[in-house]
Design a protein around this ligand. Sequence first.
Ligand code: AKG
Ligand code: FE2
Length: 357
Amino acid sequence: MAATVSHHPQAPKSIKALAAELDSQAPINPIYAFQQTPNIVNDEASKVEDGIIPIIDFGLLTSSNPEERAKTIQELGKACQEWGFFMVVNHGVPESLFKGIVDMSAAFFDLPEDEKMQFKGKGILDPINYGSSMNVSVDNVLFWRDFLKVFLHPEFHPISKPQGFSETAKEYGKKLREIAGEIMKGISKSLGLEEDYFNKALNLEKGLQFMAANLYPPCPQPELAIGLPAHTDHGLLTFLIQNGIGGLQVKHKGKWFNISPLPNAILANIGDHVEIVSNGKYKSIMHRAVVNNKDARISLPMLYGPNLDTVVSPAPPLLDPVTNPPLYKSLTYREYLELQHKSKIDGTSFADHIHIR
Ligand SMILES: O=C(O)CCC(=O)C(=O)O
Ligand SMILES: [Fe+2]
């Protein structure tokens, strides 16, 4: 099932091409205006506030001073439990590398439509996948977004255009992978598990890691469209950077918050597979992307997950038959992704679908 707007006969090849054709007065076609509940964006927009989310100092998390490290692990655990989102600072990734990957992604979306189409994917596990929208196979709607996904690990998949993209993606992927590994050790310890628990149980050495680039072109009627509907991320950790334009909203204690990351911080969130392994102690948090009528927004999520063929289950050392029985079914990451892809986006965390009732 091709995840592209060309699926709809009346639609142009990408949201970028559509946005370029529309003038600012053009009425938006309802196929871009899907919301899980009618007018969710309109109804809830007034409740959006600027959120202050926890900050994790990566230098302290990896400190050789045991007290500093222990204190930061505690803060990390609190951030996972209360927000599911946090900003990583003092991470050592040079600003030039952030700029490099943002610029390369912008250059990709600027390629002629026919050249981008060479990378059109067929399924969620395609290592290189360019398209628009989300689950075109099951949702009768399109979202105001074009995307590119590239798998970086356990195998690196080079993409031939634009020139220099692959080199930058490789370097960026390697740096973020090191950071993800340390954060997973911290999360493991914060749950009371041994530091290498996730690493060993989920075979993270051969874990899936991919980058995505999302382009949200300016939209003439942003209040009627949605960039990405509310969802949680699969996998363990997502790291997000953006081109300085806001649009991410996170649901916290029943309210939507606008998130504006600190410059050069990496915005991190935990995914469904941390929720499963922690047996629900840390929840994967709903988030969505809204669009605006002025600036093109680029966001770059990097997903770090288990090995595709490893079964993911609640961690046995955390369980107790009476006080903490397993709440989630055991599935391989691959099975989870395939099941999720067959399901309609319904505004719930997909982890809820494998909840043992
Ligand atoms: O664009 C954003 O800020 C959010 C992107 C996102 O949630 C995703 O790609 O999963
Ligand atoms: Fe997401």
